[in-house]
Design a protein around this ligand. Sequence first.
Ligand code: BMA
Length: 322
Amino acid sequence: MANKINIPWQEKPADCKEVMWRHSNNPIIGRYHIPTSNSIFNSAVVPFEDGFAGVFRCDNKSVQMNIFAGFSKDGINWEISHEPVVMKAGNTEMIESDYKYDPRVTFIEDRYWITWCNGYHGPTIGIAYTFDFKEFFQCENAFLPFNRNGVLFPQKFNGRYAMLSRPSDNGHTPFGDIYISFSPDMKYWGEHRCVMKVAPFDQSAWQCTKIGAGSVPFLTKDGWLMFYHGVINTCNGFRYSMGAAILDKDNPAKVLYRSKPYLIAPAAPYELAGDVPNVVFPCAALEDGEKVAVYYGAADTSVCMAFGYIDEIVDFVKNNSL
Ligand code: BMA
């Protein structure tokens, strides 16, 4: 974007030896932030007007999963609607949805596109657009069930939209690789290609069970930087950590580098304990060309932030690539 934006930011603590660090007031959004919520997590934010807007996953106290719009002046203090997003018909009348969760938001050309995990005979990728985060227009589901973690690129490639996703099953999927698909019109998707598979257990175990796209990729000097989640199945269940990959600028199906060590793994109390312990789940990144602020869900309970310098992260991924 042409205008340099003021992203939320905290400097690296003097004693921090890692490439990324957490917000000192994490979680920035607690589980009971709106009256009906049981938990608020795995949510996405973008620059909007003179501040920020977002789409938040708020599960209610019946533990129904839905998405809610929110606004913020500083990216940290959020006003989240008490009512879920209501969809109008976009490029289809078929806007059936049993549930909505894990939204991502991508600005492309003239509007904000929302992708999420949409309940249609099981999870698949729902798509909608908005101009103002007040009116939302739902489009055709991108894929057949079952699929999760649909993340759009912010630009077209040869006139086609591009989306990462992770084909899955109807449950707590014990497998998962990242694919890319293309569409001329946000309705029909094809040219499905495999981008990234799980890592071998003996090389990078934190990402050996399943991986899924996280934040909307953004361009760096070396290509598209994308934060993703990787999962290991431990004797105590799944453990979700965050890594980063760099994809080719012109051919986003091509992985150039991919972090062998994780960037952030569950370690803080709010990541270790919650409705689902041991989850760090990135869904958005704000960047200004120099710095990046990542938004991630912690323990399926709250929204947290982590920070880093883009060049340092890119160098870390290049120098510690799988
Ligand atoms: C996935 C999704 C995410 C969740 C994760 C960890 O299958 O349900 O929303 O954060 O599991 O429980």
